[in-house]
Design a binder for this molecule. Structure first.
Ligand code: GDP
Length: 296
C-alpha cells in the first residue's frame, strides 16, 4: 500500500555511497522522506516536526557505515528514535497497592472504552490471577451499564449490580465500598463516554477521580482517528492525571502513528493495544513493533 521508508531513502542516498559522513543537506533531504512517511502513518503534524528536528540533529555528522547503505543507516536512526520516543519497553499496569487497586477508564464514546475495560479485567483475572470487579458509571448512554454487565458475564468477571437512577459519583462510592467489603483486588471504573470533549462530562470525570483516587487512569483512543486523537489526548490530559493510554483497533489498517502522537502529547506510556473485537483482543504495547509499523 505504502512505499516503505527504506525504499524512499534508497533514491535519496544513491549518490552518497562511499562518502565519509552524513552531511546536513543530505540528511535534510532524507528527512523530507521521513516526514512524508510519518504523516502517511498518521502522526500529528506538530509531533512530526519536533521528531524530525531531533532526528536531524542526531544524524548529521554520523559516519557512513560500510556494512549498510546510508539509507538503511538513516532508517535505523529513525527507528531507534521512534522506539525511544515510544517508551523503549512495554509497561504494564501498576497495581501493587493495598487492595482494591482502582483503574479508571476514560475516553470518547465509540473509542472502545467499555470493551477495553472488559478485556483488561479478563486479562487481570486470567493472567494476573486477580479478583476483579467492574462498574459502569455511564448514566448517559442508554444500556451502557447493561453492556458492561453482559461483557462481564462473557468474561467471567463480576460487575457491580445496577441501581437505576444512581449518579456517577454515588456509583463510584458504592463500587469502592463493595470492592472493599467483598475483597476484590482490582476495581475497574468505566466512566461515561462522550461524543466530543465536553466540560460537564469532564467535571463529572474529575469528581469521580477525586472520590475514587485511582491508581491508574487510562485514556482509551481509537488508533484509526490518527490526527484527531491528539486533540482528545490533550484535552483529557489537561483535566485528569492520566497514567497511560490504550490504543484500540490496531488490528485495522492503522499505521500506528497515533501511538507516537499520544506519547508525545501526554508524556504517558501506551500500555496496551486493542487487536480485535473479541475479549482476548488485547496485548501489551510493544514499542519496537509499532516503530516498525510506522516506518512501513
Ligand atoms: P465505547 O463507546 O468507547 O465504550 O466503545 P465500545 O467498547 O462499545 O466499542 C465500540 C465498538 O468497537 C464495538 O463494536 C467493539 O467491539 C469495537 N472495538 C473495541 N476495541 C476494538 C479493537 O481493538 N479492535 C476492533 N476491531 N474493534 C474494537
Amino acid at each position: 500500500m505504502f512505499e516503505s521508508l527504506s525504499e524512499r531513502l534508497g533514491g535519496v542516498f544513491d549518490r552518497l555511497r562511499g562518502r565519509g559522513a552524513l552531511n546536513e543537506s543530505d540528511v535534510r533531504e532524507a528527512m523530507r522522506e521521513v516526514r512524508i512517511a510519518l504523516l502517511e502513518a498518521d502522526v500529528a503534524l506538530p509531533v512530526v516536526r519536533t521528531f524530525v528536528e531531533k532526528v536531524t540533529e542526531q544524524a548529521v555528522g554520523q559516519n557512513v557505515l560500510r556494512s549498510v547503505t546510508p539509507g538503511q543507516q538513516v532508517v535505523k536512526i529513525v527507528h531507534d528514535a521512534l522506539v525511544d520516543t515510544l517508551g523503549a519497553e512495554a509497561s504494564d499496569l501498576e497495581l501493587e497497592v493495598t487492595p482494591p487497586a482502582i483503574v479508571m477508564m476514560v475516553g470518547l464514546q465509540g473509542s472502545g472504552k467499555t470493551t477495553t475495560t472488559a478485556k483488561i479485567a479478563k486479562r487481570l483475572t486470567e493472567k494476573g490471577r486477580k479478583k476483579v470487579m467492574m462498574a459502569s458509571l455511564d448514566v448517559n448512554r442508554p444500556a451502557a451499564q447493561e453492556q458492561l454487565a453482559t461483557l462481564g458475564a462473557q468474561a467471567s468477571v463480576a460487575t457491580l449490580p445496577i441501581v437505576p437512577g444512581q449518579q456517577p459519583v454515588d456509583i463510584a462510592r458504592r463500587a469502592l465500598q463493595a470492592a472493599k467489603l467483598q475483597g476484590f483486588d482490582v476495581l475497574m471504573l468505566d466512566t461515561a463516554g462522550r461524543l466530543h470533549v465536553d466540560q460537564a462530562l469532564m467535571d463529572e470525570m474529575k469528581a469521580v477521580a477525586s472520590v475514587s483516587e485511582p491508581d491508574e487512569i487510562l485514556l482509551v483512543v481509537d488508533a484509526l482517528t490518527g490526527q484527531d486523537a491528539v486533540n482528545v489526548a490533550k484535552s483529557f490530559s489537561e483535566q485528569v492525571a492520566l497514567s497511560g493510554v490504550v490504543l484500540t483497533r490496531m488490528d485495522g489498517d492503522a499505521r500506528g502513528g497515533a501511538a507516537l502522537s499520544m506519547r508525545a502529547v501526554t508524556g504517558k506510556p501506551i500500555k496496551f493495544v486493542g487487536t480485535g473485537e473479541k475479549l482476548d483482543g488485547i496485548e501489551l504495547f510493544q514499542p519496537s513493533r509499532v516503530a516498525g509499523r510506522i516506518l512501513g
